[in-house]
Design a protein. Structure first.
Ligand SMILES: Nc1ncnc2c1ncn2[C@@H]1O[C@H](COP(=O)(O)OP(=O)(O)O)[C@@H](O)[C@H]1O
Ligand SMILES: [Mg+2]
Length: 412
């Protein structure tokens, strides 16, 4: 952080600057020393971070007021008043300037100590300011919402595994929010014992406070995913309104790269609130007629809500043959097609009953492959390669995985 260690002396008499230079000669790293004649000239200072040493000529009411205004505009600047006499201004003006010290400049050791302390404070402030700016500039996380027109399509299975897959593939910060407020199953599917749930977090209506306490109210899953489960008591669901959902999602987006949202079936007001914040929507369907019929209505409603087509993907779950309808039949009805097809597998209910997500225990399974297929195009380039490597492993036929080719024996 070069350039922040500036010390600028404000005094027409050059003696003070010479004294300060001598006092700081052994300091490491050496601060950059500048000198100006009066407070007005300070305004031309290009890098207003560091320490202002104001000499005795600044001890009048007008200069103190100008210094106060300067400090207010540049909060990372610290001020040392080097006055050898009581200033010709009320003590109140000296106090409002927020100076770090009022020191007689003829006391060399005290002046040195005061300037060094102010340099430390200025360094700290500059670092904090930089961090705050970086934070403010950080893009908001993506909100990936999982929903479906019919129950039992596998939303909770998909949402939990999607979150685990994102954490594993991208290594970025992932949160999982259960908006199935009455009968949420995320907690069971991940075998968690949460201290706090969505109803506790939604009760914090001050955005600043929410940002401060949010992370400690989430429950960590061993995969690295941070979970905010649905309330333990279904009666508490009523206490969470759509505005609360928007506010909590906003706070999660500020702190996480990905926020995966599990939803109840259909398009209730909670899901609509999540849609407002969503960057991508995964709509699940299964292989049955009611799923297909309701999917059409669901898509028509989303169209009326003007959800951009590019921001939604259809996922076919429980794909299998021999149930009287297959993926090709549905694809004829929905020409946009499915972003991925996840096979029917008994591994899924088994994993949900045991509380260990399938993506964590069987990342090389076809089910996990289907999940990766659904997100790979939405990932940053570096993570796509990692995701494809995973899928490639999955597509090696089982017999090749079991019987690795042995090198041909060398000719005798
Ligand atoms: N691909 C799959 N293969 C087999 N069973 C599945 C699959 N996906 C989900 N299931 C099972 O279907 C049931 C409903 O899944 P769930 O995720 O709870 O659906 P939803 O949240 O949409 O109501 C669960 O018993 C789950 O284990
Ligand atoms: Mg569910």
């Amino acid at each position: 952080m070069s350039g922040q260690r500036n010390v600028i002396v404000v005094e027409p008499d050059p003696h003070l600057a010479v004294t300060v230079e001598a006092l700081l000669s052994g300091v490491h790293p050496v601060p950059e020393l500048l000198a100006v004649a009066d407070v007005e000239e300070l305004e031309s200072w290009a890098r207003p971070t560091g320490v202002v040493v104001a000499g005795p000529s600044c001890a009048d009411k007008q200069s103190l007021a100008a210094l106060t205004a300067f400090r207010d505009r540049h909060p990372a600047v610290r001020i040392v008043l080097a006055f050898d006499r009581r200033p010709g201004a009320p003590m109140r003006d000296v106090v409002t300037i927020g100076a770090d010290a009022l020191i007689d400049p003829t006391h060399a050791e005290s002046l040195r100590g005061a300037i060094l302390r102010a340099i430390d404070l200025a360094d700290g402030l500059a670092a904090a300011l930089e961090a705050a700016q970086e934070h403010a500039a950080a893009p908001l996380g993506q909100v990936l919402t999982v929903c479906s027109a019919t129950g039992g399509c596998g939303k909770t299975f998909y949402a939990t595994n999607l979150a685990v897959a994102l954490a594993r593939i991208t290594g970025r910060k992932v949160a999982l929010l259960d908006l199935d407020l009455q009968f949420g199953e995320v907690m069971t599917a991940l075998r968690l014992r949460p201290q706090h749930t969505m109803s506790d977090v939604a009760a914090i209506d001050d955005e600043g406070e929410l940002g401060t306490y949010l992370t400690e109210m989430l429950t960590a899953h061993e995969s690295g995913v941070w979970v905010l489960p649905a309330p333990l008591d279904p009666a508490e669901a009523d206490r969470v309104g759509p505005e609360d959902i928007g506010r909590v999602l906003g706070a999660l987006q500020e702190q996480f790269d990905y926020v995966v949202v599990d939803n109840p079936t259909g398009l209730g007001e909670g899901t609509l609130a999540a849609l407002d914040r969503s960057t991508h929507l995964f709509i699940l369907a299964a292989l049955d007629l009611s799923s297909v019929r309701n999917l059409r209505l669901f898509l028509q409603t989303l169209d009326r809500l003007r959800i951009p087509q590019d921001d939604l993907s259809l996922i076919l779950n429980k794909d299998q043959t021999g149930v009287g309808i297959d993926a090709a039949d549905i694809e004829r009805l929905f020409p946009r097609g499915f972003r991925s097809k996840i096979p029917y597998s008994r591994q899924v209910p088994r994993s949900m009953n045991s509380g260990v997500p399938l993506f964590a225990s069987e990342p090389a399974s076809l089910v996990a492959g289907g999940i990766v297929e659904g997100i790979v195009d939405l990932l940053p380039q570096d993570a796509r390669d990692a995701a494809r490597e995973l899928t490639e492993v999955q597509h090696v036929p089982w017999y090749r995985r079991m019987f690795r080719p042995t090198p041909a024996p060398a000719d005798a």
